[in-house]
Design a protein around this ligand. Sequence first.
Ligand code: C5P
Length: 398
Amino acid sequence: MYNLTDRQIVLGVSGSIAAYKAADLASKLTQAGVRLDVLLTPAAVEFVTPLTFQSLSGRPAYVDMFDTSSAAAELHIELARRAEALLIAPASATTIARVALGLAEDMISLTALATRAPIIVCPAMDPQMFEHEATQGHLETLRGRGAHVVGPEVGRLASGHTGPGRMSEVDTIIGALRYVLGRGGDLGGKKVVVSAGGTQEPIDPVRYFGNYSSGKMGYALAEAARDRGADVVLVSGPAALPHPYAVRLLSVRRAAEMRDAVLDECAAADAVIMAAAVADYQPAEAVGQKIKRRREGLSLSLVRTPDILAELGQREGLVKVGFAAESEELLANARRKLEEKGLDLIVANDVTAEGCGFGSDTNKVILLDGQSEEELPLLDKYEVAARVLDRVAALVRR
Ligand code: C5P
């Protein structure tokens, strides 16, 4: 799952109350298949114990840089050499300063100095310390050296103060790690536009035409494309999903707005994947006032929305992927859309099948191109996305 399996990551935990969240981070990374080595500063050990991390990662956690019992005499060099990324979460003001200045006073700063792997820094501290020129200067130094600074978020802190200083959510940090590990992947340097979610066509100021699309498939595609190096633009209808890290999110509501955004972004894109459930009809006219309840029924006049994929036409060098969500005649309908919309690939799914409907975390699809059809088993939506992107990567290279 994800591009984290069997990756060699070092997690540095420094002295902040957010250290308890690092335990959740360690747990999730280990579950995702990461080989995680955890380093704690002496200050971190005041908040959490090495045993917590050892139990979660199934590997020793290190605090003492002068520990002679370790098999690897030059442990920090060994950890620094094999790390594919050094993730410092939480990063206290002191740890940020040490890493920026190149001081090697504990296992984290020592490893940061010895490694050539990318460094991800997740600050967590009181707003006054975060906003201090010293901290801001050190973060600037780190950015200048190519480090990725994630957060902090604005919110209520353990001190009772409100402001910037909360460590980013664990899922955001994992998104940042996936992004960093994906650089140089097979979609490196390619721009991929993904549409997601359903559109909402206003009937009056309080009502709309919509559909049950949750956006999960499109968001999974955007993340999977990011995880293999693409620059991703996600054009999304209203969706109750978190903004994926390092993905440019354009929020739209109506099919016409989605059309404008997608056409605009596709001008310089290598691939477009239309996973959105775009409304096929919109009310003929937008009513300015709320429609009152009446004794008799109500009929609305509807007109076609623009067909975004069809409008994209045949563009030199643009790979076009569509989705066909069908409730009957799956293959025949999908094949017709593949041809009519001039697509390179269509992802056909029977939305009435078990585990496939809108909102589910899994999907069972058939990939169709001009030559072949490939039926995939029921998979997690991220796995489906990865399989679609295998095809997209091959098409983009062609
Ligand atoms: O024709 P149908 O709506 O079933 O086609 C589905 C595919 O076409 C999807 O990829 C969808 O995102 C795209 N589409 C579009 N513009 C529309 C309707 C659908 O691009 N107005």
